[in-house]
Design a protein around this ligand. Structure first.
Ligand SMILES: C[S@@+](CC[C@H](N)C(=O)[O-])C[C@H]1O[C@@H](n2cnc3c(N)ncnc32)[C@H](O)[C@@H]1O
Length: 282
């Protein structure tokens, strides 16, 4: 199902339905917004912007899939995109929850995270952004409804999907130019198997994670979905934001070992990621 959520254009007053930035129950992204301290996000992507293989976005039609609070969508706008569309699911029940918790998990996440999209709406109003938000599941991306985009960005979603290749095929269907995939990867599997694509299947239902690939696996997923990978970042850490439970935490031996490995191999602490720039194979 595709639902267009019209949001205020630059200069227009925020609608009364947009929550204030102080009313957002949980921020996923650390965002710089006018007139307040950075939002207390779970993840702070600001330091990794310079490590990503950005294509030219100025003057281009751009799409940010699975936007959450909109970090990449607002960044595309800041970089001069002519038009930015941001998509996400409409409610917490639409995540690919494993069967044992499918009924209850959406409600439980709602209690913690609040209304889906409230952070995006608050940030959008605070920024006076022109980004257009559309509620559509990644599997349902359709060029007949959305058109095609010069630049598509997808961050940290594939590990949450039961069928990442089907999702990537849908992404490819709306990609006319460049696709930048910024995805969580397994650091141990990346170090152990540099060229062989491998994935680990999660054991914990509650985090709604499925396949965590190594860096070679990330590339392989895109190729299997019909993309040609043009360039790749070195693996990097997506830093925890101030609200993340792991932020600043000094846990046990395992946690300290993970942090040491991150520092030694990724240059910082956070969730290991790799970023690929690709285009649809002709
Ligand atoms: C881990 S967050 C990543 C947010 C952002 N893209 C980033 O890179 O920081 C995952 C996002 O994917 C969205 N999502 C989960 N399942 C989805 C699906 N099937 N289709 C589209 N979006 C989905 C979630 O609502 C959430 O906004």
């Amino acid at each position: 199902m595709l639902v267009k959520k019209p949001l205020p254009s630059a200069g227009m007053a925020a609608p009364s339905t947009a929550p204030s930035t102080d009313e957002v129950a949980l921020w996923y992204h650390t965002l710089d917004l006018p007139g307040r301290a950075p939002t207390p996000g779970w993840f702070d992507l600001r330091p990794v912007l310079g490590r990503l293989p950005w294509p030219e976005v100025r003057g281009r039609r751009c799409l940010d899939v699975a936007t959450y609070d909109g970090f990449f969508a607002f960044e595309l706008e800041r970089r001069g995109a002519a038009e930015v569309v941001a998509t996400d699911i409409s409610d917490h029940h639409q995540w690919d929850w494993p069967a044992p918790i499918r009924e209850a998990a959406g409600d439980q996440l709602g209690l913690i995270a609040g209304d889906k999209g409230s952070g995006f709406a608050a940030a959008h109003a605070a920024l006076g952004s022109r980004v257009e938000k559309i509620e559509v599941n990644v599997y349902d991306l359709d060029p007949g409804q959305l058109g095609r985009f010069d630049v598509v960005v997808l961050g940290s979603l594939l590990l949450h999907l039961r069928d990442p290749v089907r999702a990537l095929e849908a992404v490819r269907s709306v990609t006319a130019g460049w696709f930048m995939s910024v995805e969580a990867i397994s650091l141990p599997l990346t170090l152990l198997a540099r060229r062989r694509p491998v994935a680990e299947l999660a054991r914990d239902d509650s985090v709604c994670q499925w396949w965590t690939v190594n860096a070679a696996g990330h590339r392989r997923l895109l190729e299997a979905a019909g993309f040609e990978v043009i360039s790749a970042s070195r693996p990097f850490a997506e830093p925890f934001g101030s609200a993340h439970p792991a932020s600043g935490a000094r846990g046990g031996l395992r946690d300290r070992a993970f942090r040491g490995l991150c520092r030694a191999t990724l240059g910082g602490v956070g969730v290991p990621h790799s970023a690929l720039l690709a285009r649809p194979r002709r």
